[in-house]
Design a binder for this molecule. Structure first.
Ligand SMILES: [Mg+2]
Length: 238
C-alpha cells in the first residue's frame, strides 16, 4: 500500500508562512503593489498559483520572472519558518499515524508513506522540517512542478508518485492500493480520477460537509481530523 500525504492543512499548519513569503518576495521583486488578494490556494499547485498572481498584479509571466520569484520565495519562506514567532502545528493524529505506518513497515507489511503536494519539493520539505517532521521518511513524492505546465493540475500527480514508487521498489502499485490523504476537494478529485482511495480531512478551509459533497467523486472517507488513529488504521489497513 502507498499512502500519499498532502502537506498544508493535512499534516501541518505554518501560520500561512507560504502566503506571507509569496507576497513578500513579489513586493521585493516587482514593487509594493504585489498582492495575493483572494486567490484560491487550498489544494492547488504553486506552479499554477504563481502565474495567476503575476497576471493579477500585472507582472509578465516569463521564465526569468518565474525563476527569480521562485528563488526569492523559497528564501523568504525559509527565513519565515525559522522565525520563532511563527506558530508551527502538526495536525492531530499525524505523528501517531506516521508511527503506525513505520511500525507496520518494520513488521514487514507492505506499506509506504509518500508526499503528494502542491508545494515545490524544496518548499514542501522546508515546511515539514520546520514542524519537526523528517521529510526523508517519505519514500516517494509528487510536487507542484511534476504537473504538466501550464495546463496541468493536481490530477497529474498521483501517476507520478506511483511511477516513482515503482522505480524505487521495483514493484508496480495498483491505484486501488494507493491512498491519498488531503484537506481539499482537489485532493479528493486527484485521487478518484486516478482510481485511488481518498481520505479527506476537514483540517483546512473546507468543512466536513463540503468534503463529503465533492463532485463528481466523493471521498471514500471524510473525517474531522486524523486524531482517532485506531479508526483511521482500521479503514486504511482493515
Ligand atoms: Mg492542503
Amino acid at each position: 500500500m502507498l499512502i500519499l500525504f498532502d502537506i498544508d492543512a493535512t499534516m501541518v499548519l505554518t501560520s500561512r508562512s507560504g502566503l506571507w513569503a509569496m507576497e513578500r518576495a513579489g513586493q521585493e521583486l516587482f514593487g509594493p503593489g504585489f498582492a495575493i488578494g483572494d486567490i484560491e490556494f487550498a489544494g492547488r499547485l504553486d506552479t499554477l498559483i504563481i502565474p495567476e498572481i503575476f497576471q493579477r498584479c500585472g507582472v509578465a509571466v516569463t521564465e526569468a520572472n518565474l525563476r527569480s520569484y521562485r528563488g526569492l520565495y523559497s528564501l523568504r519562506l525559509g527565513e519565515r519558518l525559522a522565525d520563532a514567532a511563527v506558530t508551527r502545528t502538526v495536525l492531530p493524529g499525524i505523528a501517531a499515524l506516521l508511527a503506525e505506518i513505520d511500525a507496520r513497515a518494520q513488521r514487514g507489511e507492505d506499506v509506504t508513506a509518500g508526499l503528494l503536494t502542491g508545494n515545490f519539493e524544496s518548499t514542501g520539505r522546508a515546511k515539514l522540517a520546520a514542524c519537526g517532521i523528517d521529510h526523508a521518511r517519505f519514500a516517494v513524492g509528487a510536487f507542484a512542478d511534476d504537473a504538466f505546465y501550464p495546463h496541468g493540475s493536481r490530477d497529474d500527480l498521483p501517476p507520478v508518485a506511483m511511477e516513482r514508487y515503482r522505480v524505487r521498489t521495483g514493484r508496480a502499485i495498483e491505484p486501488a492500493r494507493t491512498v491519498i490523504i488531503g484537506d481539499s476537494p482537489f485532493d479528493v478529485r486527484c485521487a478518484k480520477v486516478n482510481g485511488c482511495r481518498s481520505l479527506a480531512v476537514a483540517t483546512g478551509v473546507h468543512t466536513l460537509e463540503q468534503l463529503r459533497a465533492c463532485t463528481p467523486h466523493a471521498p471514500d472517507l471524510a473525517l474531522a481530523d486524523l486524531a482517532d488513529t485506531a479508526a483511521v488504521s482500521r479503514w486504511l489497513f482493515g
